[in-house]
Design a protein around this ligand. Structure first.
Ligand code: GLC
Length: 558
């Protein structure tokens, strides 16, 4: 079989070509990002004009952002992240708050079972929290009921501050007999079934919560965004531009309203989003194929799975495996068996000893990156002498080690990089369940790190497009990089939350790089991206405060 042996002889180039090809599929240049952002703006307009668009552009009925002087104590219930959370939030009125919270697990059975069972579980969790953790479990003063704000982080067509129909479920939830029903009523009915003295007075999305809480703690912000299990953004829009509201009383009042974009569903029709076999496989095997297209490229729920799909392709590469000598593990063979947190650990191990690139937090929350020349590096303000480069000694018998890999995989490593690769190897052995460190070579570690950074880099670039689209939509920036006359010149506040933006190494720096390439350095440098810590709880409390002010009688039993 001369033909077969010829393929075997050319194995290193074949492998290298495969890696190069994968790298190419994941690359996005500025032109691609511009095209995507322009399409984002088109979908914004469509969603503002008509109901039932995938990019739902949901009016929140929250008509402004707080200024930090708000006071009061409220309960908040937060469903839609990794855990269910019940909180008691005390707003002190000086931009600060105190929060007590308790987390509860939501099992897969609850996520996909009958909705009433899920909502009974929410009510039970509130009941337990009031009994065991809240500062007071009884209504205050003359009131009969304790006000609660619900942060429900799924698409809901909101019709009032305390009313909204579930449009669809996302992020692995799919509770039966709930789509089309009012989520506040589902919750209130569960409270009433259990005779709890609690009244759900407000309903918000977590992105709205991020925008409200960041404005409360750090000053007026224009965008609240989540980069966590899912991704989404909410921003302050002119009511006049939300034309689908028709002649409603909200339109007559004019002014601004927070719109929950539900950008996770951007380009469900797949006009501009990239496509790779690894993404297609993920989508096909998900519980919502063709939905949440954008979210599937970006959020913590999916990045690990895209990475797993690539690693499996490298393990199974023909004619010779490229990774782990063709060995897989139970974790790697399991759907969603590679958590995005593992990618985070891999990149962290690599980043922690890369002296060439140091990032530091500027006062005001802007993250800046200082990249020095190869020769010297600044670590915590000290100049570190250059490190000699050494070449890793790979087993010459192993064809895997002779290949160079794609251009971004170095052929030689510094001692620090070797130490980093050893740490990555330890992470992989531990997290992916290899029986021995010998199952993972340093080259394997380098390839896994390269894979993680490809997937995360693309996610961050796409996230940058979403942020840029909001800046253009709100008149803070233009896509040609010029600055509108009435744009904010000193600070454009953006509140963010979610595990990816909080913990994934360099995620925010990568988002900012993409943002800069789209809207220009002048705008990007005044964008203050800051954590909206506990945004869901604090945002729900701020919204409950508004609701109680508007309808104080809601807390008196009729
Ligand atoms: C999903 C939900 C959205 C939420 C986001 C972040 O995209 O549909 O409502 O804001 O996740 O949690």
């Amino acid at each position: 079989m001369a033909h077969t042996s010829a393929i075997f002889e050319s194995f290193p180039e074949t492998s290298q070509r495969l890696l190069d090809d994968i790298e190419k599929q994941f690359q996005m240049d500025t032109k691609d990002l511009q095209k995507l952002t322009a399409h984002f703006l088109r979908e914004f307009s469509q969603g503002l004009a008509e109901y039932n668009h995938p990019m739902a552009m949901i009016p929140s009925f929250v008509t402004g952002v707080p200024d930090g002087t708000e006071t009061g104590t409220f309960l908040a219930l937060d469903l839609g992240g990794t855990n269910l959370r019940v909180c008691e939030v005390e707003l002190h009125g000086n931009n600060t708050f105190t929060l007590r919270q308790q987390k509860y697990k939501v099992s897969e059975t609850l996520k996909t079972g009958e909705a009433t069972v899920l909502f009974d579980y929410l009510a039970d969790s509130v009941d337990e929290f009031l009994t065991d953790y809240a500062s007071s479990s009884a209504p205050q003063g003359d009131l009969d009921r304790i006000p609660l704000g619900l942060t429900f982080s799924f698409p809901v067509e909101q019709t009032a501050l305390d009313e909204g129909k579930i449009l669809t479920w996302t992020k692995g939830f799919n509770a039966k007999n709930s789509v089309g029903k009012d989520v506040v009523k589902l919750l209130q009915d569960a409270f009433d079934r259990k005779h709890l003295h609690v009244k759900c007075v407000a309903l918000i999305n977590d992105t709205v919560g991020a925008l409200l809480s960041r404005s409360y703690t750090a000053g007026k912000s224009v965008l609240g965004a989540i980069f966590g299990t899912g991704t989404n953004g909410a921003y302050l829009e002119d009511v006049a531009k939300i034309t689908k509201l028709g002649n409603s009383s909200a339109v007559a009042k004019g002014g601004k309203m927070i719109v929950n974009t539900e950008w996770g569903a951007f380009d469900n029709a797949r006009w501009v989003l990239p496509s790779t076999p690894f993404d297609n496989k993920l989508d096909r095997e998900s519980i919502n194929p063709h939905f949440q297209a954008f979210e599937k490229f970006i959020s913590g729920m999916y990045l690990g799975e895209i990475t797993r799909n690539i690693l499996l392709a490298l393990i199974d590469a023909a004619p010779k495996p490229i990774l782990f000598s063709g060995k897989s593990t139970t974790a790697l063979n399991t759907h969603y068996g590679l958590d995005t947190a593992v990618m985070s650990k891999v990149e962290e191990a690599w980043e922690s000893i890369q002296e060439e690139s140091v990032s530091e937090e500027k006062p005001g929350g802007n993250v800046i990156e200082s990249t020095s020349a190869e020769a010297t590096a600044k670590v915590n303000g000290k100049i570190v002498p250059p490190t000699p480069k050494v070449t890793l000694r790979f087993d010459p018998e192993s064809v895997q080690h002779q290949m160079k890999g794609p251009s971004s995989l170095p052929a030689s490593f510094t001692p620090q990089q070797v130490a980093a690769l050893e740490r990555i190897r330890a992470v992989l052995v531990e997290e992916l369940g290899f029986s021995s460190p010998d199952d993972v070579t340093l080259r394997d570690a380098a390839i896994v790190r390269w894979t993680c950074s490809l997937v995360a880099e693309r996610a961050a670039k796409l996230s940058g497009c979403a942020v840029a689209a909001v800046l253009v939509q709100t008149g803070q920036a233009r896509l040609d990089g010029t600055v509108p006359d009435d744009a904010e010149k000193t600070r454009i506040g953006v509140g963010v939350d979610g595990s990816l933006i909080q913990f994934y190494p360099r995620f925010q720096i990568r988002v900012r790089d993409a943002l800069r390439s789209l809207v220009g350095a002048e705008v990007e440098k005044v964008v203050e991206i800051g954590m909206a810590k506990d945004g869901s709880g604090v945002g729900a409390a701020l919204c409950a405060l508004q609701a109680v002010k508007q309808h104080p009688d809601a807390l008196i039993q009729g």
